[in-house]
Design a protein around this ligand. Structure first.
Ligand code: GTP
Ligand code: MG
Length: 207
């Protein structure tokens, strides 16, 4: 997909304040610091579109971007950020789950996991919740540049095997590096194909 235009639309503190749900929407979710905002910037070929930080918990609101005046790209706050109070964490989780369950135009969720780590309970539980809630999602392995190819391949194989203990089939998986801009085109291709499918089937998003 050629990115002709991308604009920041708004930051919202709850789903009710998000832009009118009249376009197909694709959202990025995952643990704090996994690289959601960085991957969005890499995909859009922009340095500072979504704010990134070495400190977890940077993105605290639901950030909407509009791409090619046609679809929404959404940067969500991370879940599981340890350094906030339990109450704050619950509030964050509520914000995220309410957004996911109520956002009528959400077509696909990209669940990011760090390619360096073993499957984490919080991610597996989140994906399980997506499955139970009927939320379509794909898995995106991030920070691939931080590993040697052999280790990366092994980690991803192990991750998939772990998932297959709970899932009959795997969702679509992407291996990415925001640093090296790897895997970005594959994600954009999925979005383009999905948009084409929606258009062909005359799917309309209305208020
Ligand atoms: P929150 O908004 O806090 O939930 O974090 P986030 O998931 O948006 O992560 P962010 O994009 O801010 O990146 C966190 C840190 O990881 C930053 O220091 C990034 O530079 C680094 N990072 C992100 N993606 C990559 C990558 O592909 N490769 C490498 N080497 N570093 C990355
Ligand atoms: Mg972020």
């Amino acid at each position: 997909m050629v990115i002709k235009t991308v604009e920041f639309v708004k930051s919202s503190e709850k789903w009710q304040n998000c832009p009118e749900p009249t376009l197909a929407e694709y959202a990025f979710i995952g643990r704090s610091n996994v690289g959601k905002s960085s991957l969005i910037n890499a995909m859009m070929n922009r340095k500072d579109l979504a704010k990134t930080s070495q400190t977890p918990g940077k993105t605290q609101l639901i950030n909407h971007f509009i791409v090619n005046e046609k679809w929404y790209l959404t940067d969500l706050p991370g879940y599981g950020y340890a350094k906030v109070s339990k109450v704050q964490r619950k509030d964050f989780e509520k914000l995220i789950t309410n957004y996911i369950l109520n956002r009528k135009n959400l077509v696909n969720l990209f669940v990011l996991v760090d390619a360096r780590h073993n499957p984490q309970k919080i991610d597996l539980e989140f994906m399980e919740w997506c499955g139970e809630s009927g939320v379509p999602f794909s898995i995106v392995f991030t920070k691939a540049d931080k590993l040697k190819t052999s280790v990366l391949t092994k980690n991803i194989e192990e991750y998939k095997n772990e998932l297959l203990k709970f899932w009959e089939e795997l969702p679509q998986c992407f291996v990415t590096s925001a640093e090296k801009k790897e895997g970005c085109d594959d994600i954009l291709q999925l979005i383009e194909d999905t948009n084409t499918f929606l258009e062909k089937n005359k799917v309309k998003f209305e208020n």
